[in-house]
Design a protein around this ligand. Sequence first.
Ligand SMILES: [Zn+2]
Length: 292
Amino acid sequence: MLNKRNRILAAEAMANHSHLFLCPLCSTSMRVEELRQLICRKGHSFDIAKQGYVNFLPRPAASKYGQSLFRSRSMMSESGFFESLDRLIACQILAHIGNQPVRLLDMGCGEGSHLTRILDMMQTAGCHGTAGVGLDIAKEGVRMAASRQPHLLWCVADLARSPLAGRSFDFILNILSPSNYAQCQRLLKDDGFLIKIIPGDGHLQELRTAFRTANRSNSGSKLEERFRDNFKLIQSLPLRTRSKLDADLIPHAIAMTPLSWHADIGSIHSLQELSFLDLTLDVTLLIGQKHR
Ligand SMILES: [Zn+2]
């Protein structure tokens, strides 16, 4: 009964960190009841799903990000495509902390591959006791994350109404997904760090070329400008790698990104027939702190 075990592991993790949660309906504190649900002081309750996550959405959110996209992202992550990025993030976190346990939130965690790997790398480096929270509006992704790592804290929630207590986190990660800067300001401790990963002009350029998708030139600099408007930029680190993907990974590279949603079938087939594909990861890591 893997799933029953998942729910209990998740409930125990949530009970240990219940102070991180805040009712999204009335903003009172929450506790775990009977290893089954999170309940607030006014009685609003949210069940812990058998996979090991809590859904805080009042109604299901429409999302084009389905199970197959998250499965493909997970396959790409397991292939090592994102490993240098995850390592860079883990190293930056480790560089900014002593040996004390930290609280880490991944806003827009998807299927949880980044958060899981980053925490693994931190643990290997001797950093134990980190509380990792993954939050995303797409239930399919969070469900997959929880199924694999029930001892972490996974929430399906609207970024704008996150069920988390203010000034709780030492680090907030925002990896290749939209930001909600107001929530980052609210959730981050005053001396905490926001780590945001933005795409560079060359990111996945081989897919863009194949799909004839226009390069959103300057999109990176616009994203950095928005970051600077909201946080004090203390570091900007570019990262560019190129990986050779075997034929069996190419369909997952295609399916992991919305870039393929408007591509014509012919160009998708042409890519799928290749015996290998060199694919570029081109991103910039921005580290910021609250303005004082
Ligand atoms: Zn409540």
